[in-house]
Write a protein that binds this ligand. Structure first.
Ligand SMILES: O=C[C@H](O)[C@H](O)[C@H](O)COP(=O)(O)O
Length: 221
C-alpha cells in the first residue's frame, strides 16, 4: 500500500512546474507527495506551498518545502490532495483526517485540483459517512438539523474527547447511505446554522490519479 502511495506521489509531482504555487493537501497519501516534492526542491525546483492543515504545514516545514501565506496569493496553480472516496463524476468525500475546511479552501483557490487515491476509493456512487465541520456552540441542535435531512449523526471522538479541527470546531460524521445527488446533500447541509463546511467536494476535482496494482491511471475532466 505504501508503495502504491509512493507511485501516486511520483505521478502527482509531474504536475508541479517551476515557479508554481502549490496547494498541499492532507493525509497519508499526500505525505508521500510532500517527500517527492522535497526531493525535487533539493534538486533545484523552486515552488511555494500552501498547506491545508497544521499537520501538513509542520511536515512540509520539516522537509524544507518553502511555504507562503494563503492570504498573499490570489490563485494556486495546482493542489494535490487525497480523498476518502471519489465517484465517477469526480465528486469526493474528504475529511477522514478532519482537514476538510482548509482543504476545500485550497482546492477552490486552485486552477487544478489533483486527487490521488488507491483504487478501492474509486466508487460508482459515494456512500461513506460525510464528515461535517460544525461550530461547537449548539452542536446538538446542528446535529438534530442534520438528522432531519435524513443523516445519522455521530460526533467524532479522539481519545474519548471530541475531535477538534484546526479551526477549533467539531466533526460530525453523517451517514446518508448511497448519495444519489451529492450536490443536493451538500446544499441542504450548508443551509443549517452551525455547519461550517462539509466533506462533500462537488464538481471541484479536475484530475484524479488512481493507483491500480503496480500502475497508476490518470483521469482528467
Ligand atoms: O481530512 C483529511 C483528508 O480529506 C484526506 O485527504 C483524506 O482523509 C485521505 O487521507 P489518506 O490519504 O490518509 O487516506
Amino acid at each position: 500500500m505504501e508503495q502504491q502511495k509512493e507511485r501516486l506521489a511520483k505521478e502527482a509531482v509531474k504536475y508541479v512546474e517551476e515557479g508554481m504555487v502549490v496547494g498541499l493537501g492532507s493525509g497519508s497519501t499526500v505525505n508521500w507527495t510532500l517527500e517527492k516534492l522535497a526531493e525535487e526542491i533539493s534538486r533545484g525546483l523552486k515552488i511555494k506551498g500552501v498547506p491545508s492543515s497544521k499537520k501538513t504545514e509542520a511536515y512540509a516545514r520539516k522537509l524544507g518545502i518553502p511555504l507562503t501565506d494563503f492570504s498573499k496569493v490570489d490563485q494556486l496553480d495546482v493542489a494535490i490532495d487525497g480523498a476518502n472516496e471519489v465517484d465517477e463524476n469526480f465528486n469526493l468525500i474528504k475529511g477522514g483526517g478532519g482537514s476538510l475546511f482548509r482543504e476545500k479552501m485550497v482546492g477552490l483557490a486552485s486552477k487544478n485540483l489533483l486527487i490521488i487515491i488507491e483504487n478501492k476509493k474509486n466508487v460508482a456512487q459515494l456512500g461513506l459517512p460525510v464528515p461535517v465541520e460544525v461550530v461547537p456552540y449548539g452542536w446538538r441542535l446542528t446535529a438534530a438539523g442534520i438528522e432531519k435531512t435524513g443523516g445519522k449523526v455521530r460526533i467524532r471522538k479522539h481519545n474519548d474527547k471530541c475531535f477538534i479541527t484546526d479551526n477549533g470546531n467539531y466533526i460530525l460524521d453523517c451517514s446518508f447511505g448511497n448519495l444519489n445527488d451529492p450536490y443536493r446533500t451538500n446544499q441542504s447541509l450548508k443551509l443549517l446554522v452551525g455547519v461550517v463546511e462539509t466533506g462533500l467536494f462537488v464538481n471541484m476535482a479536475s484530475t484524479v490519479i488512481v493507483g491500480k496494482g503496480e500502475k497508476v491511471e490518470t483521469m482528467a475532466k
